[in-house]
Design a protein around this ligand. Sequence first.
Ligand SMILES: Cc1ncc(COP(=O)(O)O)c(C=O)c1O
Length: 367
Amino acid sequence: MSARAVATGSINLGQGFPDTDGPVKIAQIAADAILAGRGNQYPPGPGIPELRQAIADHAARFYGLRYDPADEILVTAGATEAVAAALLALVEPGEEVIAFEPYYDSYAANIAMAGGVRVPVTLRPPDFRPDLDELANAITERTRLILLNTPHNPTGSVFTRDELAAIARLAVDRDLLVVADEVYEHLVFSGEHVPIASFPGMRERTVTISSAGKTFSFTGWKIGWVTGRPELVAAVRAAKQFLTYVSGGPFQYAIAEALGQPDSYFTGLRDDLRMKRDLLSSGLAELGFEVYPTDGTYFVMTDIRPLGETDGVEFCARLPERAGVVAIPSAVFYDDREAGRTQVRFTFCKRPEVLKEALARLTALHR
Ligand SMILES: Cc1ncc(COP(=O)(O)O)c(C=O)c1O
């Protein structure tokens, strides 16, 4: 859809990447590192020590979670590689992986690469809460792990403390691992982000994944990481060794610095995105979309039935020509395509004037 946006001159509210870069001073550190010859050759396999320390400090500062930079942290090529390496490392062929659908598109591919069997549990509108009975019923003798994503792409739901506590209890009772994709940890507008690793019995069975891309608006740098107990991190590292081995040397220095930004940076990012969420959500609602609430991430989920539309894939295919805007049909994030047939996802991580222009263009839907 991004290629389509370029080809048609459309405003791309499909793929989630900001149209403004992160802080200049962080970019400057990466540029300086390159020119000073820091990180231009293969960095250490687990990541540079400065970044591993910064990741540990960040987990302690925001969540009170303690990880040893020596063997409980691994730097990856974005969260994408972290998810892939975790699943390749921890899932044996034929084992089942439970994931809440709609889900981020790499999950299905990575479960397949690991030879695993995908078991979806559906989040349903309007508020896309996890159905804990459905989750419990999905667990079988063959279940290896729960692949969790909160704040959740594409629905924007943020799992509550109670929901996470219940999921954690199930994981402990049924002796399951959890791979927790928390890349949107700082993009929470209502409620709070609680890492599932912080619940009783969970630190030892959770591989937590995050990424600098979303938090610092440098999605092209692909600096992600994994935290967990040494045996789990070592397993993920063994898979990562033969995926990329290492990546992003100079950027690692910059993200090490970025993670120590003052609270005002993190709240500023959130407040800016909240304003953009409100702008796009209210505009889409005025245009007649059913707009579901977004508590976190930078996506808003809508339903197109009030516009007289019945198929999101077809709607999004025609949207560039009809209105000069690109969006993503949510059906692609579901195994149960019917469940998401009329849902369409928009991203709001764009400058306000771009969002306003997109809304103005979308009035063409009424002509
Ligand atoms: C839920 C989720 N996980 C992982 C990623 C990928 O993160 P990265 O760019 O760090 O690989 C994304 C990016 O959109 C995402 O939405």
